[in-house]
Design a protein around this ligand. Structure first.
Ligand code: ADP
Ligand code: MG
Ligand code: MG
Length: 955
């Protein structure tokens, strides 16, 4: 936001004045701060004069002013920067301070202690906070309670810890009860605090506390927390303290300052708890960025019936529909809403209960949306009908929602099309192509129950009850659905591998829902009619009894649950692309298409597809690919009737025999190429000459040996025997110890030039046919695995000779190019020489990665995960380009190649073309195009546009 917006002419005041919690006497400035007529939040100009060399470790926010702002996410974390920004804009935010993410690193470097100087700075800010709140930390006269909240740059919902009501002890709880005239509230806060502190700081399991709570509830004959009387809550407090004494051998720490330091350090520690680490691994969040700690004045949603706490979204995060969306609980605090303990009320109902607070919340949040130009996910608390904002951030959403929101925000003129493009996670687009249930099959089975439709998609599989089981079953290749009473953040690894997640409790913003949406995992939550027993692994839905391994299906878009497996069908977008649904009948397709067109206007990189068959090429074209970057001719050999011909070619003892076999293959290849050219409607098509080791087409050596032994055992009369023996002999001859580094690629073309000849003939003949039909065509013939220019010179001579002959035969001219793949490190290193005889390069980053690391692509999975866990490598280099190493080879190839031929055509055809981060790199080094798998083409189009937009903001 521009810092100079103070000049806004017409300003509207917030309709409702906001006063601080009772412990504070001074009127906060919130009600005085204007909102501009444009609906944008007004922010005072940068106010800190603190421009000394001493680094600042603690940033204050309160009384309408903040040291930080939204641009400081790295330092203050998302939560801290949001609190600062909202404070500056005059929104009702309880004051507090943020200890920076830098301190998190200092904490770890410093033997898990916070340096004294930082602690001193914290104490100073605490004094400032006391002033702002007109209360005093640790004083029974003017009690001040705090929340201590984690918050890193990237939101990691529920992965780290937060402690509320800090500062309470016996005398403070009594004092709070007296001052508020509400002792029940005071002891409710106290028991919550002991439990959170016990769990987060003292690392005692939550169950130990929950068990005590359940006992007290039972004794008093109540089922809800809210029904506990003051007396009962006092009992809970003593029982909790007993738990702590028992587990730690010490009493509960009574000194508020000690509590604060311990809590702060525990939040830093929670950065490295196992679930936070797992989350970072899945989402590629770096480990070194650390979390900030936000210390904030408490406001209380648990003060009684006029108080509440809630969360919400400015739009529906599952569908993207423009509807105010959220949930709240009366007389509750913090995690109650998201933890699924009580099922929360939909936010609309707040309008009846507390109209003024509701109206203010709506105004504030829609202004936040316009200000941040994105859907906001917010948290609030109402204390005695006064609204306080506790958090705002960009809402996580499904790909469906992302597309809908982006197009709606453009139509509402909140964002430009360029800004809209940045609101969509390119990697998530594949969710849009995920299957949905086959509607006919789905309708045949009765609905057994319904839950909340938290994340769309079809989930069908065998029931498992724990995350561990999900992982184990999935590793055995089974499709599982994870069924839980509620999911806790620890279940993340199980959710990751499951087809979908079904929970009995929790609302649309419960953990299962939030994480499910982000992963694009079909999720149904709050299916209150199901009974889940995780220990006996039983699930009861009405009269249906299910156990582990039983089949279950559910639909994350409708919330319907059915017993049995249901087949699925292609998503709407795929149906349109395949021509089975009219584009105008699919809202999501139309929006998707608009977004793709915006992306095409912005991107610099061309987008092609890797496709071997005409039907794949057609899909790729429909997804927007305008060319084929890699057509793997050997894939065309795998067709069932072709294998025998290919075998004859390989087994041939003489060149003549081989030519005979190749002759049979020629018309089939020609037909394939014709189809692919046609599908691309004149766009360039890169065809690679045969690449894989020949033995891939032959039967396995061991199997043949066994078969022969068996035949021999039956007696030597079998007629098959001589043939089998001959086959085995040839297989033995062709056997390689390391086929990946063996007789493949250009090496085959050099040993058997007749193969290259046949393929060149098929390509040029197919092209000639198109030329005769008056259709444009530009074949690009690509020689794989070249490490030395002389290899290419040899193959080029073969291709040129055949092409010339065919053109004379056919009486037409075909424009064709000859180039090479750069996929062997030596090829990149000698790219200048290779460029002399090459019309284009295509970086084969799969092999290049394999050969640069010396990791076998097929075996690396065994240790790559361990490497990631040990932080030896950050990401799987086969999924996301290793910029430092493999990227350097690509850059070298570009530099050397273009040094010789400034206009050399450059592309990439590795798997990396479907990875947004890699695409950004390819854009940066100046490639002409990327070539992705057909279904990844939309990802590549959007990622290529985002790469340009990002580069624009950088300079
Ligand atoms: P998370 O990152 O897991 O969302 P938060 O730090 O946002 O954790 O805290 C969770 C919840 O605790 C908040 O949504 C809010 O309800 C409650 N909370 C946090 N700070 C305060 C506060 N100062 N006053 C009242 N409630 C708070
Ligand atoms: Mg939060
Ligand atoms: Mg290769």
């Amino acid at each position: 936001m521009a810092k100079k917006r103070r000049t806004a002419v017409k300003t509207k005041k917030l309709a409702v004045s906001v006063s601080p919690p009772r412990s504070s006497a001074r009127k906060r400035t919130a009600s005085r701060k204007p909102l501009s007529a444009s609906g944008r939040l007004t922010v005072s100009a940068r106010r800190t004069t603190r421009r000394t060399n001493v680094p600042q470790y603690v940033y204050f926010f309160g009384a309408g002013k903040a040291d930080g702002d939204r641009s400081m996410k790295d330092l203050l974390g998302g939560k801290g920067s949001g609190l600062a920004e909202m404070t500056d804009a005059g929104l009702p935010v309880p004051p507090g301070f943020t200890i920076t993410t830098e301190v998190c690193n200092l904490y770890y470097e410093n033997n898990c202690t916070v340096p004294g100087a930082v602690d001193d700075e914290m104490l100073k800010r605490l004094r400032q906070l006391e002033k702002a709140a007109n209360a005093s930390f640790g004083s029974v006269e003017r009690p001040l309670l705090l929340s201590v909240r984690s918050g890193s740059k990237f939101s990691m919902p529920g992965m780290m810890d937060t402690i509320l009501n800090l500062g309470l002890n016996d005398s403070m709880a009594n004092a709070l009860g007296r001052r508020t005239g509400n002792a029940r509230f005071a002891f409710d806060s106290y028991r919550r605090f002991i439990q959170m502190f016990g769990n987060v700081v003292l690392e005692i399991s939550k169950d130990a506390f929950e068990d005590e709570l359940d006992t007290v509830k039972r004794v008093h004959g109540v089922s809800l927390d809210t029904e506990l009387s003051e007396g009962a809550l006092r009992e809970v407090v003593s029982a909790y303290k007993e738990v702590i004494r028992e587990k730690t051998g010490r009493g509960f720490p009574e000194d508020p300052l000690r509590q604060l330091r311990l809590a702060r350090d525990a939040v830093f520690r929670s950065w490295n708890n196992p679930r936070a680490k797992e989350y970072r691994r899945i989402y590629n969040i770096p480990d070194h960025i650390g979390t900030a700690v936000n210390v904030q004045l408490m406001v209380f949603g648990n003060m009684g019936d006029r108080s509440a706490t809630g969360v919400g979204f400015t739009r529906n995060p599952a569908t993207g529909a423009k509807e105010f969306y959220g949930e709240f609980l009366i007389n509750a605090q913090g995690e109650d809403v998201v933890a699924g303990i009580r099922t929360p009320q939909p936010i609309r109902e707040l309008e009846q209960l507390m109209p003024a607070a509701y109206a203010l919340l709506r105004r504030i949040t829609s202004r936040l949306e316009r200000h941040y130009k994105d859907v906001q996910d917010f948290e609030f608390t109402i204390q005695d009908e006064r609204l306080f904002m506790l958090q705002t951030r960009s809402g996580k959403r499904t790909a469906h929602a992302a597309i809908r929101i982006a197009t709606d925000l453009v139509d509402e003129r909140v964002v430009t099309t360029k800004e809209a493009l940045r609101l969509i996670d390119a990697g998530s687009l594949s969710q849009l192509l995920a299957p949905i249930f086959d509607s006919k099959a789905w309708c045949k089975i009765p609905v057994v129950t319904r839950g909340l439709p938290a994340s769309p998609g079809a989930a069908s599989g065998q029931v498992v009850f724990t995350a561990e089981d999900a992982v184990r079953w999935a590793s055995e290749g089974k499709q599982v659905v994870l069924v839980r009473k509620e999911t806790v953040p620890d279940d993340i690894h199980g959710m990751y591998v499951a087809e979908g997640v079904l929970t009995a409790t929790g609302g649309m913003t419960s953990h299962a829902a939030v994480v499910g949406r982000q992963m694009g995992k079909p999720s149904v939550v709050g299916a209150t009619e199901i009974q889940v027993d995780e220990t006996t692994k039983r699930l009861k839905i009405g009269e249906h009894q299910l156990g582990e391994g039983d089949e279950l299906s559910f639909d994350g878009l409708s919330g319907e649950v059915k017993v049995g497996l249901v087949s699925s069908q292609p998503s709407e977008i795929i149906q349109v692309v395949a021509g089975n649904l009219a584009p105008e009948d699919s809202d999501i397709y139309k929006r998707f298409n608009r977004v793709m067109k915006w992306a095409d206007r912005v991107r610099r990189l061309g987008v092609r597809a890797n496709a071997d068959q005409p039907d794949q090429a057609n899909i790729a074209y429909a997804f927007g690919a305008r060319g084929i970057g890699l057509c793997r001719t050997e894939h065309m050999f795998f067709g069932e009737q072709r294998i025998p011909m290919v075998r004859r070619m390989i087994l041939a003892g003489t060149e003549e025999e081989r030519r005979k076999a190749l002759k049979e293959l020629l018309p089939l290849q020609r037909e394939d190429f014709y189809g692919v050219f046609k599908a691309m409607r004149g766009g360039p098509v890169t065809i690679r000459t045969i690449d894989p080791p020949l033995h891939e087409f032959l039967p396995k050596r061991e199997e043949l040996r066994v078969e022969i032994a068996r035949l021999e055992a039956k007696g030597s009369r079998s007629r098959k025997l001589p043939g089998k023996r001959k086959l085995l002999q040839r297989v033995e001859q062709l056997h390689e110890f390391n086929p990946m580094l063996g007789h493949r690629g250009v090496r085959l073309g050099i040993t058997y030039p007749e193969i290259t000849e046949m393929q060149s003939r098929a390509i040029i003949e197919a092209a000639a046919q198109l030329v005769k039909e008056g259709l444009p065509v530009v074949p690009e013939i690509m020689i794989p695995l070249v490490s030395d220019v002389r290899e290419l010179v040899h193959q080029k001579a073969v291709v040129d000779r055949v092409a010339k002959t065919v053109m004379i035969e056919q009486g037409v001219t075909v424009d064709y190019l000859i180039g090479t793949m750069i996929e062997v490190p030596r090829g990149a290193m000698t790219a200048n020489a290779i460029a002399e005889v090459s019309d284009f390069f295509s970086f084969g980053t799969n092999d290049l990665t394999q050969l640069a690391f010396g990791f076998s692509r097929d075996d690396a999975t065994k240790f790559l995960k361990l490497y990631q866990d040990r932080k030896i490598i950050a990401r799987d280099p086969f999924a996301s380009l290793d910029e430092i190493g493999v990227g350097a080879l690509v850059e070298m190839g570009v530099r050397l190649g273009r040094g010789v031929k400034p206009k050399l055509k450059l592309g990439v055809c590795g798997e990396h073309a479907g990875d947004p981060d890699s695409v950004r790199f390819f854009d940066k080094v100046g490639l002409d195009y990327v070539s992705a798998a057909p279904y990844q083409v939309p990802v590549a189009r959007l990622a290529a546009a985002q790469a340009v937009l990002e580069a624009e903001t950088e300079d």
